[in-house]
Ligand binder design. Structure first.
Ligand code: GTP
Ligand code: MG
Length: 229
């Protein structure tokens, strides 16, 4: 055990050589609890997949197209703490970083997003902290999604841990726009003219119009199914 801890410290020193001693000490501490964020993502994924299955059985419709998840990289954890001027402590990680465990749930239709959020909110071991509805209020970039920041209880050897997760819910069309825009602009250093920015926003609005029309068509066709039963 002592050997393992010594080896792990050496690895952190080599891998994160550009970080300060204080940053490295924090990462050393963080790696002891990183597994809980992984467990939380696994449990959340199972719950959301079960809801998809429930909807298939109850309404003959799968709301979910696919799910992705990721754990924030150690470099990005340190970067965000510095960028937001939080103290470089475990307390800051636990109190302020609610997107270490991140999940993206790509739904088929807009209504599916709100249905899954509603069903999820009924789980006793999930507490929704807040919701950022960028479909109701899109970002000026044109970004649309609903972000749900919630806590999930996970049971580890008799103890309960409450772990935050950020879940981004979006349609396939919103995901297409966000994925391309993310590469093109959000995470890039390219500069954009006002015209280019306006065009990116216009493409998002056009995709949203398609989303609304596909939703309408789906409702019309499935109502037809009920009438024909
Ligand atoms: P972060 O520090 O980046 O986590 O920002 P925040 O805490 O203010 O949260 P926000 O509600 O802005 O959501 C952040 C996440 O949403 C990002 O990591 C992206 O995945 C996504 N996002 C937000 N705005 C945009 C955008 O304009 N374009 C794209 N492609 N994604 C966005
Ligand atoms: Mg984030």
């Amino acid at each position: 055990m002592a050997f393992y801890i010594k080896q792990q410290s050496q690895d952190i020193n080599e891998k994160y050589s550009e970080l300060t001693e204080n940053d490295k000490n924090l990462l050393n501490e963080y790696f002891k609890i990183e597994k809980f964020y992984r467990y939380a993502l696994k449990e959340m994924q199972a719950k959301i997949e079960n809801l998809d299955d429930y909807c298939e059985n109850s309404f003959s419709h799968n709301p979910i197209h696919h799910i992705e998840s990721r754990i924030k990289t150690p470099e990005n954890i340190i970067e965000k703490l510095h960028r937001r001027s939080y103290p470089i402590t475990m307390n800051s990680i636990k109190e302020y970083l609610y997107d270490i465990a991140g999940m993206r749930v790509v739904c088929n239709y807009i209504n599916d997003i709100y249905q899954i959020i509603d069903l999820l909110s009924k789980h006793k071991d999930i507490q929704i902290r807040f919701v950022k509805d960028y479909i109701e209020n899109p970002k000026s970039s044109g970004y649309r999604s609903v972000h749900v920041i919630c806590d999930i209880d996970i049971y580890v050897v008799g103890a309960v841990r409450v772990i935050p997760i950020e879940i981004q819910f979006r349609t396939i069309a919103m995901d297409m726009w966000a994925s391309l825009e993310h590469e093109l602009r959000y995470k890039s250093k390219n500069t954009y003219s006002e015209e280019e920015k306006a065009n990116l926003k216009k493409y998002s609005d056009e995709l949203y119009a398609v989303d609304l029309n596909m939703q309408k068509l789906f409702l019309k066709k499935t109502e037809g199914d009920i009438e024909n039963d």
